[in-house]
Ligand binder design. Structure first.
Ligand code: F6P
Length: 516
């Protein structure tokens, strides 16, 4: 058995062929590096990693690394409710929300879900009067998941039409909340305050302004319209929410992994409980694959092998994700927090320095729009950017099928072009400007259809992919101490009037009228 350092050295010494040579040398390459998961109520999801530089030798090297890094044991700890988050001394129990975890955690998650279901159904049945809008107030993990799920599934044209309109507000910039007020009728609006800690400045400030808006609009009991989604139920009650409308979740569910808990309330309210249950079930299908499949056959682990290959062995500093489906347009934003807040660390789980790169920058956008904006660099820039394409076979609209055919064709054409490149025309003096180096990698995830179950599966796949990278690097993906310092400085500025900071910061505060 090797130690991880020896495994990395071996990987660094493993040769890499071009994509063209990899395809030429292996007639079964597509089959070897693709896999399909069948998601009940979500269709098949195809994961095609064949256009990456994975090879049998690289996969062997990463499988050895996974062994040396104790991957199987780490996965067991995660999925059984052990201490997967050592710096905070707790478990990371998002899978318990879906049904895999310590028995008591799964039972608790079920009980919390039943409580949430009761409230969702009461609101949908009109117990709180005719409710047409929900303003969901949260930030980071308490907003990105709901925003993604609502935007993906609750479109007016979608099969999963929302019974209740949801506006997700995260930014402290009052323009965001005001925009929500514009489209909501206070007489038929409820407010969800989503905060794991129930202390986040942006969320609590926005929540107070929402209460004021209800009050000023003549709503007699504004707090009676509020639902709290939190792991700190006492704080929610203290703030003014009646205990019957506090939907708790466990402290051991991380913020960016919390969409499965009561943070998913707006999704369940908009779509109905059955669709929320299908969303959980879709994730559970991926959990089972992740739990039961070893080595590179495990699609989450295979994706992590490729991710690490690009960052650690080929020096890539970013990974781009393009959703070739308008409904998944917020997926890159969601992944940014999931991947960068989880794996953007410079120490190992034991606090010692990480001697290599941590997570790359996750960025991306929507196809085909992005083709006309940023793909120039992907094709001809000097840096290599591994790209993920996300696409859905069945369109989410009723327009001429040509729209969707063009969309998907473009998606696949981009992957083909990145890989194949194009040589300069012989004799063309400006040929270099028209040449494409090629050998640029991409992975494609193709869903049969986009349903709550498919979305659950896609998110769970990325959660586990992120976890796999963390285990192979030896870092703890479940803390986020890096976000604290900026918050602390903002509080100090408020409390001491902006004194004692560097000259630039003090000058900015003065210029903005925040310091006398
Ligand atoms: O500042 C980062 C963070 O702590 C995220 O991890 C979290 O998702 C977000 O803030 C919101 O936190 P809360 O749900 O406690 O309001």
């Amino acid at each position: 058995m090797h130690d991880t350092a020896a495994c990395w050295t071996a990987l660094e010494q493993t040769g890499m062929e071009t994509l063209e040579d990899l395809f030429a040398g292996d007639a079964d390459r597509v089959g070897r590096y693709s896999g399909t998961l069948s998601i009940p109520e979500g269709g098949d999801v195809l994961f095609d990693w064949s256009k990456t530089h994975l090879s049998p030798a690289i996969v062997d090297g990463f499988e050895a690394l996974a062994k040396a890094a104790g991957f199987d044991a780490a996965r067991e700890v995660l999925l059984t409710g052990g201490i997967a988050n050592p710096t905070e001394g707790r478990a990371a129990e998002h899978t318990a929300q879906r049904g895999i975890g310590a028995d008591e955690s799964v039972a608790e998650a079920d009980a919390f879900h039943m409580r949430m279901r009761g409230l969702v159904e009461a609101i949908r049945e009109g117990v709180f009067g005719p409710i047409k809008h929900l303003i969901h107030i949260g930030i980071g993990g308490s907003a990105l998941g709901p925003a993604l799920a609502i935007d993906a599934l609750a479109r007016p044209t979608a099969d999963f039409r929302a019974q209740i309109d949801v506006q997700v507000v995260s930014n402290i910039d009052g323009n965001a909340l005001e925009a929500a007020f514009e489209v909501c009728d206070p007489a038929t609006t409820m407010i969800a305050v989503a905060s794991k800690t129930f202390t986040t400045t942006e969320t609590m400030t926005n929540a107070a302004s929402a209460i004021q808006w209800l009050e000023e609009s003549g709503v007699s009991d504004p707090y009676g319209r509020v639902v709290a989604l939190t792991a700190s139920p006492d704080k929610a009650v203290e703030w003014g929410v009646d205990e019957t409308r506090v939907l708790p979740f466990s402290e051991s569910v991380g913020g960016r992994y919390s969409l499965w808990s009561s943070i998913g309330f707006p999704v369940a309210l908009a779509l109905g409980w059955d669709d929320f249950a299908a969303f959980l079930e879709g994730a559970l299908t991926v959990d089972r694959h992740f739990a039961d499949t070893d080595g590179a056959e495990n699609l989450c682990l295979r994706a992590a092998f490729a991710d690490l290959m690009y960052v650690q062995l080929r020096g890539c500093q970013t990974r781009a994700v393009f959703a070739y489906d308008e409904r998944l347009g917020l997926f890159p934003d969601y992944l940014q927090q999931l991947e960068m807040e989880s794996n953007g660390k410079s120490v190992l789980a034991d606090g010692s320095p990480l001697s290599r790169q941590s997570a790359p920058i996750t960025w991306g956008g929507v196809g085909t729009d992005a083709q006309h904006a940023v793909f120039q660099l992907l094709h001809q820039g000097t840096i290599e950017v591994p790209v993920d394409f996300l696409a859905v076979k069945q369109p989410g609209h009723d327009l001429d099928p040509e729209h969707h055919a063009i969309l998907l064709t473009n998606c696949f054409a981009q992957g083909a072009a990145l890989m194949a490149g194009k040589a300069a025309e012989p004799g063309d003096p400006l040929g270099g400007a028209r040449a494409y180096p090629g050998n640029r990698p991409s992975a494609t995830i193709l869903c049969e259809v986009l349903t709550p179950a498919t979305l659950g599966a896609l998110i769970a796949f990325h959660e586990h992919r992120t976890f796999c990278s963390a285990v192979l690097l030896g870092i703890n993906p479940f803390d986020q101490y890096g976000v604290e310092l900026g918050k602390q400085i903002a509080k100090e500025i408020v409390s001491n009037g902006g004194s004692g900071f560097d000259a630039s910061t003090e000058a900015l505060l003065k210029a903005a009228g925040l310091k006398g």
